[in-house]
Design a protein around this ligand. Structure first.
Ligand SMILES: Cc1cc2nc3c(=O)[nH]c(=O)nc-3n(C[C@H](O)[C@H](O)[C@H](O)COP(=O)(O)O)c2cc1C
Length: 213
């Protein structure tokens, strides 16, 4: 938690978020995710809380509604979420990604800010491949990726509920044992995800302000 407090302040100790929070409400952020069994849904909810984002759930058939496509087209920032299944995003997420070829064709998502997150049962579980796929998808759309920018918890004293215990750099990863329910997820993983949501919204706010200047 000391890390979060440090993030709130500039090097001279003054609060960092005051100026941003006024404009942050004017940017639109959307979290679009698939979850088969509720774990990624819990992560999506906390990322959305951090980013003050709307939540768009990809359904079991890999679809979202037309008004949700329109919300994505209008968003300043889009955050992708999927569990890692067989070393990559779920097929439902991939169906959504393939359907995003329509906004790709029309360059609707060009210059948006992008982020993503994943979760799986194993500590490693090949989660990196899912995040790398999200980076590629953002790149295909001509977007700008936001990294996690959080030091890893990788010393002997590190605990399950520490921030970034997965030691990921490009975006947050979460791990939940295969026989554990969504409410048993690591508080550290959840807080890492929430802070990432805050970071994506802050970067999107700065980016939008720079584009208007
Ligand atoms: C079809 C399938 C494939 C999976 N593949 C992986 C995998 O490659 N690596 C891993 O660590 N866990 C794997 N898991 C476990 C899930 O990632 C894990 O249970 C996750 O929490 C599910 O998220 P959800 O509840 O949002 O669907 C797999 C689970 C399923 C159902």
């Amino acid at each position: 938690m000391a890390w979060a407090r440090t993030m709130d302040r500039r090097s001279d100790g003054t609060p960092k978020r005051q100026g941003l929070s006024m404009t942050q409400s004017t940017i639109k952020t959307a979290v679009v995710y698939h979850s088969g069994f509720g774990h990624t849904k819990r992560l999506a909810e906390i990322v959305a809380e951090g980013a003050s984002a709307s939540l768009i759930a990809i359904d079991a058939e890999g679809n979202i509604q037309q008004d949700e496509w329109e919300a994505l087209n209008e968003a300043d920032a889009i955050i992708f979420g999927s569990p890692t299944y067989m070393g990559g995003p779920s097929w439902q997420f991939k169906k959504f990604a393939d359907a995003s070829s329509k906004p790709w064709f029309e360059e609707k998502w060009k210059d948006k800010v992008f982020g993503g997150f994943t979760n799986s049962a194993s500590i490693n579980g090949d989660k990196l491949n899912t995040l790398q796929y999200f980076v590629l998808l953002a790149g295909q759309h001509g977007g700008v990726w936001v990294s996690l920018a959080m030091k890893p918890a990788n010393v002997k004293a590190s605990k399950r509920d520490d921030l970034n215990r997965m030691g990921s750099y490009i975006a947050p990863m979460a791990q939940c044992d295969a026989d554990a329910a969504p409410d048993e997820m690591s508080e550290g993983d959840l807080e890492t995800a929430r802070l990432y949501g805050v970071r994506v919204a802050e970067i999107a706010t700065r980016f939008a302000a720079a584009q208007k200047a």
